[in-house]
Design a protein around this ligand. Structure first.
Ligand SMILES: CC(C)=CCC/C(C)=C/CC/C(C)=C/COP(=O)(O)OP(=O)(O)O
Length: 568
C-alpha cells in the first residue's frame, strides 16, 4: 500500500518544486476516487415545482394530525400521538414539525411526568421513554422496574413480548452513566433478540430482519436520512399506514436529494478546479464520501450554504492531514505551521512551492465566508474557527514529530493531541459559522474548550477510526495509533485493546445522552452537529474504513442517497 519514496525535486520541476536537494518522503498510494465525474453535472428535473407544491399540501395535512389538544387530556389520543411522532421521525420528516413535536412532548412531560399512562404496555412505555429522552426531558428509567422481579431480572412475560423487547432495546440506548436498569435492559434484550434472530425455528423472516437491523445499529446511532431510506419501504407495507404521511415522506426525500445533488455538483466543480490530481497528487480524492460525511451533520435545506462552507474547509482538512501525515518533511511542516499561526498573505513567499496552493486556498475559503458574515456583524464566527485551525496545525506538527522520531507517546499524551487532530472539535465550530441567531460568541467559547459533549464525539471518532485503520496506518510511517499506545502502556493484547475501546465508545454515548438532557449548555438545536458526527462514525468506521475504501454497502448507501430517487 505504501512505500517510502525517494524523490528528487529540482527547481525545474513545476508543481512539486521545493528545493534542489533530494528529499525523502513517505507517500501513500491512495486509490483514485471510485466515483470519477459521476456527480459533476446536475440537471434539474422539470417536475420539481409540481412536486414541491404536492409536498407542501401533504405536509399541512400531516401537521394537523400532529397538534396536541392541550385543552383535553384524552389519554388514547396521547398514546397515538407518541406513535405518530415516532413514525414521523423514522420517515425523516420530523424537521418540518419541530414546533409541533416540541409542544406535544412538552405537554406529555408536564401532564404525566414520570408516570406514563400506558405503562402496562412495554412497547408504548419504551417508545414514550425514548422520545422524551431524545427531546431532552429527563424522565426516570425507574418505570421499567415494573417489568422486573424482586431479584432485578426481567420477567418471563417480557421475553414473550418481542415488539416490547425491541422497543425496550432502543430505549435503553438513551442510558446515562449509572443507569443500571437500562444497562440490564440492554444486555437482557440484546441476548434475547440475538437468540430469536439465530433461531432456525422462527419462520417470521420480516421480524428477523427487523431484529438484525436493530442489533446492527440502534436508532440512537442512526442518521435520519439513512433511517428514512430504510423505514419508508417498511412503512409502505404496513396495512395501517397513513397515506398522506407516506407520500409526503417520499416526495420530501426526493426533493432533498435534488438539492443535495446540486450542492455536490457545485462542490465537485470547485474541487476539480483545484486540480489536485496534478498539483498535489498525494492528496486523497474522497469528495463524494466527504459529502456523505457532511450530509450526516445536517441534511436540511436551510443548511445548504453551511454545507458548502463545510465541504470546502473539511476537504482542506483532508489536504492538511495528508500533507502532515504523509508528504511534508518536518522542516516544511514547521514553516507551514508558523504561516498558519500568522494567517497572512504575506507568508506565502516563505512556503515551499507545493504548499502555496494549500495556504492560499485556506485564506480564500475563510475570506469568502467573512464577506458573508461581516455585514451581519458575525465576523467573530470565523475568528474562533480560525483559532481552532491554528490549534489543529500545531497539534498535527506534534504528531509529525512523533512519527519522525518513532516516539510512542503515553495514552494521555496521545489523547491530548489526537483529540484535536481528529478535527471534530474544529468541525463542530465550523458547523456554527453560518448559524442563525441561536449561535452566539458563547457557542464558540463552549466548543473551543472541548466540553464533555464535544469530547465524547471526538473520542468516538478517534477510537473507531483507530480500530478501523490501525493496521493500514502502521504499515506506513504514521504516528502511533491509540491502539499501539494503549497496548504498550498497559501491556495488553490488540484484541483486548479493541474490546476496551469499544466499551469506551459506548461510555461516550452515555456522555452524549447526559449532555443532551435539559438544561443544556447551548440551545438544543446546536447539539445536533456533535451528535450526528458521532453517529456517522457508526456508519463509516464500523466495518472497516469506509471513508478511504468505500465497501459495497457504503457505495449502495451513497447511490441510494444521492443517485436513485424513490418512485412515488
Ligand atoms: C468533507 C470531509 C472531507 C469530511 C471529513 C471530516 C473530517 C475532516 C474528518 C477529520 C479527519 C479524519 C479523521 C480523516 C480520516 O482520515 P484518517 O483516518 O487518515 O485520519 P487520521 O490521520 O486522523 O487517522
Amino acid at each position: 500500500m505504501s512505500s517510502p519514496v525517494l524523490c528528487s525535486y529540482s527547481s525545474s520541476d513545476t508543481d512539486l518544486n521545493i528545493c534542489k536537494e533530494t528529499v525523502i518522503r513517505s507517500t501513500v498510494n491512495f486509490h483514485r476516487s471510485i466515483w470519477g465525474d459521476r456527480f459533476l453535472t446536475y440537471n434539474e428535473r422539470e417536475d420539481l415545482a409540481w412536486e414541491e407544491q404536492q409536498a407542501k399540501e401533504l405536509r399541512e395535512e400531516v401537521r394537523k394530525q400532529l397538534v396536541v389538544n392541550t385543552a383535553s387530556n384524552e389519554q388514547m389520543q396521547h398514546v397515538k400521538l407518541i406513535q405518530l411522532i415516532d413514525v414521523v421521525q423514522r420517515l425523516g420528516v420530523a424537521y418540518h414539525f419541530e414546533e409541533e413535536i416540541e409542544e406535544t412532548l412538552n405537554h406529555m412531560f408536564v401532564t404525566y411526568g414520570d408516570h406514563w399512562i400506558d405503562d402496562s404496555n412495554l412497547q408504548s412505555t419504551s417508545v414514550w421513554f425514548r422520545l422524551l429522552r431524545q427531546q431532552g426531558f429527563n424522565v426516570s428509567s425507574g418505570i421499567f422496574k415494573k417489568y422486573m422481579d424482586s431479584k432485578g431480572n426481567f420477567m418471563e412475560s417480557v421475553r414473550k413480548d418481542v415488539q416490547g423487547m425491541l422497543s425496550l432495546y432502543e430505549a435503553a440506548y438513551m442510558r446515562v452513566e449509572g443507569e443500571e436498569v437500562l444497562d440490564e435492559a440492554l444486555s437482557f434484550t440484546t441476548f434475547q433478540l440475538e437468540n430469536i434472530a439465530n433461531d432456525h425455528l422462527c419462520k417470521d423472516a420480516s421480524l428477523k430482519i427487523q431484529i438484525e437491523e436493530a442489533l446492527e445499529q440502534p436508532l440512537r446511532k442512526r442518521l435520519p436520512r439513512l433511517e428514512a431510506l430504510r423505514y419508508i419501504p417498511i412503512y409502505q407495507k404496513e396495512a395501517s399506514h397513513n397515506e398522506a404521511l407516506l407520500k409526503f415522506s417520499m416526495l420530501d426525500f426526493n426533493l432533498l436529494q435534488s438539492l443535495h445533488k446540486k450542492e455536490l455538483s457545485q462542490i465537485s466543480k470547485w474541487w476539480k478546479n483545484l486540480d489536485l490530481q496534478n498539483k498535489l497528487p498525494y492528496v486523497r480524492d474522497r469528495l463524494v464520501e466527504g459529502y456523505f460525511w457532511i450530509l450526516a451533520v445536517y441534511f436540511e435545506p436551510q443548511y445548504s450554504d453551511a454545507r458548502i462552507f463545510l465541504m470546502k474547509t473539511c476537504n482542506l482538512v483532508i489536504i492538511l492531514d495528508d500533507t502532515y501525515d504523509n508528504y511534508g518533511t518536518y522542516e516544511e511542516l514547521e514553516i507551514f505551521t508558523q504561516a498558519v499561526q500568522r494567517w497572512s498573505a504575506s507568508c506565502i513567499d516563505t512556503l515551499p512551492e507545493y504548499m502555496k496552493i494549500i495556504y492560499q486556498e485556506l485564506l480564500d475559503v475563510y475570506k469568502e465566508a467573512e464577506e458573508v458574515l461581516e455585514p451581519k456583524g458575525k465576523a467573530y464566527h470565523s475568528y474562533y474557527t480560525k483559532e481552532m485551525v491554528k490549534e489543529y496545525t500545531r497539534n498535527l506538527l506534534i504528531e509529525a514529530k512523533w512519527a519522525k522520531e518513532g516516539y510512542i507517546p503515553t495514552v494521555e499524551e496521545h489523547m491530548s493531541v489526537t483529540m484535536v487532530t481528529c478535527a471534530y472539535g474544529m468541525i463542530i465550530a465550523k458547523c456554527y459559522v453560518h448559524g442563525d441567531d441561536l449561535v452566539t460568541e458563547d457557542t464558540f467559547k463552549w466548543v473551543s474548550t472541548y466540553p464533555p459533549l464535544v469530547k465524547a464525539s471526538c473520542l468516538i471518532l478517534r477510537l473507531m477510526d483507530d480500530i478501523a485503520t490501525h493496521e493500514e496506518e502502521q504499515e506506513r510511517n504514521h504516528v502511533a495509533s491509540s491502539i499501539e499506545c494503549y497496548m504498550k502502556q498497559y501491556g495488553v493484547s490488540e484484541e483486548q485493546t479493541r474490546e476496551i475501546f469499544s466499551i469506551q465508545v459506548e461510555d461516550s454515548w452515555k456522555v452524549i445522552n447526559q449532555e443532551s438532557l435539559r438544561p443544556t449548555d447551548i440551545p438544543r438545536p446546536l447539539l445536533m452537529p456533535p451528535i450526528n458526527l458521532a453517529r456517522v462514525c457508526d456508519v463509516l468506521y464500523k466495518h472497516g474504513d469506509d471513508y478511504n475504501h468505500a465497501g459495497k454497502e457504503m457505495i449502495h448507501i451513497i447511490e441510494s442517497l444521492l443517485a436513485n430517487s424513490m418512485s412515488v
